[in-house]
Design a protein around this ligand. Structure first.
Ligand code: CA
Length: 232
């Protein structure tokens, strides 16, 4: 059943078993898919096929996925999710800082893949919580204008920096923000990239908003990479 309204996903992946698996999963969930087994074809397919989102493998036969991402970001803001077997934290940080919207480490579950795609698409559409004056997930409620945060009935008193961190993560709900990204947003691009200050602030935030700071429900740590506000 051809449908013009279907979301088109470009899968850039050289391993056929993986691209078949992703493609089948996406099709059975209402997406259309196109596949490129290498970087060169992927870059030429983007302008002609106009995909809505790209799933990008880093280890490709002809070029590195990072090169594709950097090339693409010169002329396109299309959402890109890195799908990689590399679990190296530095790679993730580099990919996110180079403009990837998210990353998934292989092997991954179907529901995780679908959730990440929905999040990336929602952000690129610019709707969801991003444009709103308030934010809520589970018991956490933020009124950006009034600078007011509550968890259930309880009002939470955050310092200015703590409030900025929580707001930033809330506005990018579901996405990992790297430590460097958060630091630049808070203190400017030339600020010293000192994760320790961020960790201290995060520990204080968690004491205030989490029931059990050791097992956060709202803000997750992506070890060595950054933080993510829970999606739902
Ligand atoms: Ca590969």
């Amino acid at each position: 059943m051809a449908n013009k309204n279907k979301i088109k996903v470009l899968i850039v992946e050289d391993e056929t078993s993986i691209s078949n698996f992703i493609s089948t999963t996406l099709k059975s969930n209402g997406y259309t898919t196109i596949v490129s087994p290498n970087g060169k074809d992927a870059l030429s397919m983007i302008p002609s096929h106009c995909p809505d989102i790209i799933l990008l493998d880093l280890g490709l036969p002809d070029m590195d996925g990072m090169e594709i991402l950097k090339e693409l970001r010169k002329w396109s803001g299309i959402p890109v999710i890195i799908v990689s077997a590399r679990s190296d934290e530095q790679e993730k940080v580099m990919a996110l800082d180079a403009g990837a919207d998210d990353y998934i480490t292989k092997p991954f579950g179907t529901s995780e893949l679908l959730a990440r795609i929905r999040t990336a698409l929602r952000h690129s559409a610019g709707n969801g919580n991003t444009q709103s004056d308030t934010f809520s997930v589970k018991e956490l409620f933020i009124d950006f204008g009034k600078r007011r945060v509550t968890v259930g009935e309880k009002e939470v008193h955050l310092t200015q920096i703590e409030f900025k961190i929580v707001s930033l993560l809330a506005k990018s709900q579901g996405r990992v923000l790297t430590y460097d990204h958060i630091i630049s947003e808070l203190w400017g691009p030339y600020a010293v990239k000192d994760n320790q200050i961020l960790r201290v602030n995060m520990a204080n935030i968690r004491r205030k908003i989490e029931q059990n700071p050791a097992e956060p429900q709202y803000i997750f740590t992506e070890v060595g990479v950054g933080y993510r506000m829970v999606d739902e």
